[in-house]
Every structure is written in structure tokens, then in C-alpha cells.
Design a binder for this molecule. Structure first.
Ligand code: PLP
Length: 385
């Protein structure tokens, strides 16, 4: 038997369960996507404000950026010679936007989540994480030596019970509560004000909140749910990615200056990986300025989202969403593939999401809205259900 047979068998099993993943080839044009000459609205992208596909902005950025500043590699980690001025400029801009708190940048949101949690934790740390947090946080927790308990999804009462049980346990010096603001798969959200109220009842608790899907999309200035609910200063570790609505690449942390300095010394993905190209930093900063004045687009996106959520529920499907990420929860993998294919044929590019990305028996078609869509697009989509 060849050593490869084992992997071939695993792939066969995935295929039989309807869970085999493959790359797809397509051409993208604004908020459309073309597959085998079939043009569809792109409802699977994270370009929530339509900025990544905006040619006018891209041209403006390159016009403003002289060739000498278009550095395509930083050629080392920031602790060696990779700390270009573009890094500090973006950190200063982020810090200013987030009430003067400290800001630290990472190569990606994934790097950020697998790096910060292990650096912050030791065996006297307890991590309490929402059941549905993103894989990157799970991986970060697994890389740490912390003890780890998951609380029921979005159930802050369950969280409070666990805190009551473990807070005075002498085995722990600190408890880190890990959650998302808007959840990537259900599109529902944590009540951040309530979360902060829970935290404030305990002295050993720190909050770690991932705003990957909320940055750019929520709040007057697009700074996320933390801005929307007025809790920017109450969250110990406020993280997010520039790869979604911000139309760039990279992760960020808003925290206390001590934590920033500590991570620069202790966070392995920050220390041992080449820093992002300076041009990416410059682009992210350019995007940050755009995003902060796009409140009209944010409101439009929010209106579209409500129409779609209500429409899906009216058709009898489960839809837990309160955001621009709107799943149609079908149940098993095969029927969710069938529904996604049907919608694609009708001109709507949506993807089925299956285990292990979501729990067993909660396969779904996931719709990501963007601000370039119109109400008519949503009504046309609903008619297909
Ligand atoms: C997308 C995502 C990440 C990863 O961010 P990248 O910058 O794409 O690596 C982290 N957390 C959550 C909740 C995400 O949705």
C-alpha cells in the first residue's frame, strides 16, 4: 500500500459526505463574478463596502504614492529592519481613531489570533471562549498552555455562571473571555455592553473581542461594534482584520501600551515572520481614511441586511442574523449544496458552508451583502427561495 492511499481514503470520505473542498476559477468584475461565462452577483465576498473592487480609489492611491514608496517587501521582521515608517504611521492613525489607546499590527488576522492568545496565557490562565469563535482563535487557544472552556454560543448567562464558578479558584491568576462581535457564520452578534457589564463584576477578567466582520461596517466612523455600543475603552484586547471591509490585508490589536510592548517581546508570529510589505500598510491607511467617512454606505448596507433577514424568515428558514452576514440554515450538507447551486444558476453567487466550518447538521448557504447592492437585487434573490 502506498503512503498516499491513506490521504486518498480521507478525501474519498469527505467527498461521500459532500464536504470536499476545491478551489474555483473565476473572473471578478466589481461586485460581479463570472464562472464558465456565467455572470453572477458576488454574494460570497467579504468586500462589505465594495472598496476592494473600486478602481477609482486604487488609481488615486497609486497616483499619490511615488515609485520609491511602493515597497513590495519589508525584507525582514519589524524587530530587525522591517519597521518601515508606514507601520508606525498606520499604528498612529489607528491609535488616534481608537481614543488614543495603543495599536499593534500583524500580518493577518489569523496570525494575530494564533499569536496573541498563547503569548498572553500560561498554565495559570483560564480561557472562556464562545462556542462558535473563529478557527483562528481556537488554534490560538490550542497553541497556548491555558485551561480552556467553551460557553454556549452568545449565552452571557452561561458565561457569568462559569465566571462565578472559576473566578475565585486559586488555580487561576487571570481569566480571558474570547468572543467575536459579529459572528462569521451566523451573522449574529454579542451584546458588547452586556459583556462589559459582566466583566466589570469580576476583577481577574479580561475581554478579547474579534471585530473581523464589524470593522468598517458598524459605528459612525466604521470602527466596529465597540464604537457603536460605546465600549472601545472597556475591551482589553480589541482585534480585527483589514482583509474584509477594509479592503486590505493584516490584523490589528487595540490595547494598553504595556500589552503592546509585551507582545513585541513575546508574540512568536510577530517576531518570527517577515513584516507585511510597506505598500500594504500605506494602502491600509489610505483605506482607513476612506472607511471613516462612509457612514451612508454603512446605513445602506444595514437596510439591505434587514430586508434580507426578514425575507428569509418569511420563507420559513432559520436565520439567526442581525447583520450583513445572512445565512440560510438548511441542515445537512447535500441540500445546502443543492440550494447554493440553484441560486448560482439564477445569477447569485453564494457558497454552501459545511462541517467542519460549522457544527454538524447546521450546513447553510451563507450570503454576504455589500454596499454596492441595491434593494432590487435583494428582492430578486428572495424570489428564488
Ligand atoms: C477572517 C477572520 C479572521 C482572519 O483574518 P485574516 O486577516 O483573513 O487572516 C479572524 N477572525 C475572524 C472572526 C475572521 O472572520
Amino acid at each position: 500500500m502506498s503512503l498516499l492511499d491513506h490521504y486518498a481514503d480521507q478525501l474519498d470520505q469527505l467527498k461521500q459526505q459532500g464536504n470536499l473542498r476545491q478551489f474555483t476559477r473565476y473572473v471578478q468584475d466589481q461586485h460581479y463574478i463570472e464562472l464558465n461565462q456565467h455572470r453572477m452577483l458576488n454574494l460570497a465576498s467579504n468586500d462589505y463596502l465594495g472598496l476592494a473592487s473600486n478602481l477609482v480609489l486604487r488609481e488615486q492611491f497609486f497616483d499619490e504614492t511615488p515609485l520609491a514608496a511602493r515597497l513590495m517587501s519589508s525584507s525582514s521582521s519589524r524587530l530587525l529592519t522591517g519597521n518601515f515608517p508606514e507601520y508606525e504611521a498606520l499604528e498612529d492613525a489607528m491609535s488616534q481613531a481608537f481614543h488614543g489607546r495603543a495599536a499593534l499590527l500583524f500580518n493577518s488576522g489569523y496570525h494575530m489570533n494564533i499569536g496573541i492568545l498563547p503569548a498572553l496565557s500560561d498554565s495559570r490562565t483560564l480561557i472562556l471562549a464562545d462556542k462558535l469563535v473563529h478557527a483562528s482563535m481556537i488554534d490560538g487557544i490550542r497553541l497556548s498552555t491555558a485551561k480552556y472552556i467553551r460557553y454556549k454560543h452568545n449565552d452571557l448567562e452561561h458565561l457569568a455562571q462559569l465566571l462565578q464558578r472559576y473566578h475565585d479558584d486559586s488555580a487561576y491568576d487571570r481569566i480571558i473571555v474570547v468572543t467575536e462581535s459579529i459572528f462569521s457564520m451566523d451573522g449574529d452578534e454579542t451584546d458588547l455592553a452586556q459583556l462589559v457589564a459582566v466583566k466589570n463584576q469580576f476583577s481577574k477578567v479580561m475581554l478579547y473581542v474579534d471585530e473581523a466582520h464589524a470593522i468598517g461596517v458598524r459605528g459612525e466612523l466604521g470602527l466596529g461594534c465597540a464604537e457603536q455600543y460605546g465600549v472601545i475603552d472597556a475591551i482589553d484586547f480589541l482585534v480585527g482584520t483589514f482583509g474584509k471591509a477594509m479592503a486590505s490585508v493584516g490584523g490589528y490589536l487595540i490595547c494598553e501600551p504595556i500589552i503592546r510592548e509585551y507582545l513585541i517581546n513575546c508574540m512568536r508570529p510577530l517576531i518570527f515572520s517577515t513584516a507585511q510589505p510597506p505598500i500594504c500598510m500605506a494602502w491600509t491607511q489610505f483605506m482607513l481614511q476612506q472607511v471613516m467617512r462612509l457612514n451612508t454606505a454603512r446605513q445602506h448596507l444595514s437596510e439591505l441586511s434587514v430586508i434580507l433577514q426578514q425575507g428569509i424568515q418569511a420563507k420559513g428558514y432559520a436565520c439567526p442574523s442581525s447583520s450583513h452576514i445572512v445565512p440560510i440554515v438548511v441542515g445537512e450538507s447535500q441540500p445546502s449544496i443543492v440550494l447554493a447551486t440553484q441560486l448560482q444558476q439564477a445569477g447569485f453567487y453564494v457558497m454552501p458552508v459545511r462541517p467542519p466550518t460549522v457544527p454538524q447538521h447546521s450546513s447553510r448557504v451563507r450570503i454576504s451583502l455589500n454596499a454596492n447592492l441595491e434593494q432590487a437585487d435583494i428582492h430578486a434573490l428572495l424570489q428564488q427561495l
